[in-house]
Design a protein around this ligand. Structure first.
Ligand SMILES: [Zn+2]
Length: 115
């Protein structure tokens, strides 16, 4: 999980409890289009809710997982990794999630499942 978000985003809904000491928030891709430079730069890139999740592990470490919302958004966030959304609600993503401090598991049906 990458720790740095380099582009405009807004923290979305959450936190949602995943159990086992884990939780996450969504983040939305939503640049401020009232700023002319943003409006110009991101003209062809529509807003996208729920483009990231910020996962907090049982040790309190946070990391970001990109949720793959299509090619238009890939490459916009540095080396952010992208996960496939298998199910929106409750959230299931693949592949597994590896925390910086070594926590490894899956987010399945809105729950953390240790790998
Ligand atoms: Zn961890």
């Amino acid at each position: 999980m990458e720790n740095v978000i380099q582009f405009p985003f807004y923290v979305g809904p959450g936190p949602f409890d995943l159990g086992s000491g884990f939780s996450f928030r969504f983040a939305d891709w939503a640049p401020d289009r009232t700023i002319p430079a943003n409006n110009e730069r991101y003209r062809d890139i529509p807003d996208c809710p729920r483009i990231h999740i910020i996962v907090k592990c049982r040790h309190g470490t946070e990391g970001v997982c990109g949720l793959d919302r299509g090619e238009i958004y890939r490459g916009m966030f540095g080396n952010l990794q992208w996960w496939t959304v298998d199910q929106e609600e409750p959230l299931s993503i693949s592949p597994s999630v590896l925390c910086k401090d070594g926590c490894h598991g899956f987010i399945r049906d809105g729950k953390w499942v240790d790998a």
